[in-house]
Design a protein. Structure first.
Length: 246
């Protein structure tokens, strides 16, 4: 089963997955200066409110800075799965290619952040219907570009080609996109439940928020990237001979 295979890959690359915990260092940078001013934590996620304020530019710049190490770790976990499922020269890729993968992924995430911020800002004072349409549009965009990290690292294409390849892959493999969406949503729901239960006992200490963030960073995010990479690499016949989706 795909989920079992993905979990095996996650465990095999647990050291890389744990690198995401370093991103916790950004939490106080976001929360302390801007507590109650457009940034909040919920379900293991830092949320940036889509409204203009005196802090908006600083908050967006911090978010983009955060995306730099995130892109590097994401590229590394995708490459680790690719390394396990195919033969590549590790030393060459670590020295030469990971930087290119990370930079292209950073540009992608930054542009996506700015796009979503712009869309949300445009409908912030609009009707509920317009807001619903905007969020559906962002969901569709997110789904179509779901496999951009995999296209960049596995196929070694440019960012523009990675966008096209991701859209093409989702159109040819809607089941794979649904699996990622379903598993990701289920994991975040579980994290939200854990956060809620912990907050019942430690409401003053923000234990629930911290534990939820930790779970998301060291498990949910890297596991989803591993799952996406595994599903993406099933398109290669060499792997598809021994694996099947579902």
């Amino acid at each position: 089963m795909v989920l079992a295979k993905a979990f095996t890959e996650y465990v095999a690359n647990i050291k890389v997955a744990l690198l995401f915990a370093l991103l916790l260092l950004f939490v106080p940078i976001f929360i302390v200066p801007f507590f109650g001013s457009g940034i909040f934590v919920s379900s293991g996620t830092l949320f940036l409110e889509y409204e203009l304020s005196q802090y908006s530019i600083i908050q967006i710049l911090l978010a983009i800075i955060f995306l730099a190490p995130f892109s590097f770790f994401a590229s590394l976990i995708v490459f680790s799965v690719r390394r396990d499922l195919s033969k590549v020269k590790v030393e060459f890729y670590l020295d030469e290619m990971i930087k290119k993968f990370s930079f292209r992924l950073f540009i992608f995430y930054s542009l996506l952040l700015l796009l979503f911020f712009g869309i949300s800002l445009a409908v912030s004072t609009a009707s509920a219907y317009a807001v619903l349409v905007a969020y559906i549009a962002m969901l569709v965009i997110g789904l179509l570009f779901l496999f951009v990290p995999q296209a960049l690292v596995v196929d070694e294409v440019t960012l523009s080609n990675a966008l096209l390849e991701s859209v093409s892959f989702v159109r040819r493999n809607p089941k794979s996109a649904f699996i990622v969406l379903f598993v990701g949503s289920a994991l975040l729901a579980i994290v939200a439940l854990i956060e809620y239960l912990l907050d019942l006992f430690f409401i003053e200490l923000f234990v629930g928020e911290f534990v939820a963030l930790l779970i998301v960073l060291i498990f949910v995010v890297p596991f989803i990237e591993v799952l996406k990479t595994y599903l993406y690499m099933l398109k290669f016949h060499l792997i598809k001979k021994s694996e099947s989706v579902g």
